[in-house]
Design a protein around this ligand. Sequence first.
Ligand code: NAP
Length: 362
Amino acid sequence: MPSHTVRRSSVEFSACTGKKHGAGKGKGIDSFSNPRPYGPGTRSAGGPLAPGRHAFCRAASIEASPSYSDEDDRRTGSAATSPPKRTLNDDSHHAFKNGHQIPQLGLGVFQIPPEQTRQAVLDAFDIGYRHIDTAAIYKNEQGVGEAIASVGLPREQLFITTKLWNEQQGYDSTLRAFDESMAKLKLDKLDLYLIHWPCPQRGEFLATWKAFQRLRDEGRVTSIGVSNFRVQDIELLISETGEVPVVNQIELHPYLQQQELCEYHASKGIVTEAWSPLARGGEMLADPVIKALADKHGKTAAQVVLRWHLDKGFVIFPKSVHAERLRENFDLFDFSLDADDLSKIATLDRGQRIGPDPAVLN
Ligand SMILES: NC(=O)c1ccc[n+]([C@@H]2O[C@H](COP(=O)([O-])OP(=O)(O)OC[C@H]3O[C@@H](n4cnc5c(N)ncnc54)[C@H](OP(=O)(O)O)[C@@H]3O)[C@@H](O)[C@H]2O)c1
């Protein structure tokens, strides 16, 4: 049980005020009674099946739930095996345009090796995390699924996101890829499905989105969104499909603050999810401004950066395989940054990406 003081977040989702591609450096229930498979031979609104594309050839080189209560646990009978934890995750959710909610803090599992994923997710659940962000390309959906299946928490307490990889974009291939992800996750219904990258030169994200809409309309996924989309990609999506994605998950940290894109999100009611919120734990955590704020608040540099994200209204899911860091990254709710702190961090923006540029990744 985390020792922090639980404080209801007062954050409203609002406009944010204020290296080089490095992803390759790392190691890189509502029961849905009749989930429909999209196997070979399935016909769809998109016409006959195109040949499946299952190669993840460039993969390795790149890269609502309602609040629950003790009463919920008593009803589901899970309390005996898994004592309920009151955490800020229970209280701090962002509302999507569609009325569903997402916990503002979760665990990201990019670069967690498949064989370590189950334990990392179980450690996170034990600390109180209820929101997990994975992707087909991370090759660890199975470990996430095993952790979910073994933890014994009621499905409705968990918020699970996965993402469609670029090679699977297109109407029919999206439907098949979704089935594959759901089988690995062992889920009947997903909370949030994202298009991982727009891949503008592929020209397939509109067809992909139509498949996402079908999955949502059939009740197999609650909410659909995008990742790494630029303003022009979202504008095209809206003008061609008439629907605004609930989230855009983008690289975002004090060295890459993306103010214009965040303001655009706010104008459309799109929740901003910040990936690599710690900029992968590199030089940013040794920045003198961040270190001074850490000293001021008696917290770590990572906690100051993560608190900045929360205070800005971003949804975050820092990754760690270490239980101590998982606890540290969850212990954010006994302090907040003041206006002066926020204005100091605003000066750190360097427009510095650690991941690929969405304009060129295809
Ligand atoms: N949509 C996209 O294109 C995209 C791209 C990248 C990431 N993501 C998502 O965003 C999540 C988070 O991003 P990320 O994994 O790239 O980077 P991150 O969360 O910013 O940083 C993770 C790195 O920081 C270290 N770390 C964690 N907590 C720390 C702490 N308290 N102090 C010091 N170092 C710490 C971790 O090491 P240890 O594990 O050794 O503790 C790991 O090396 C991913 O897991 C994934 O779910 C999405």
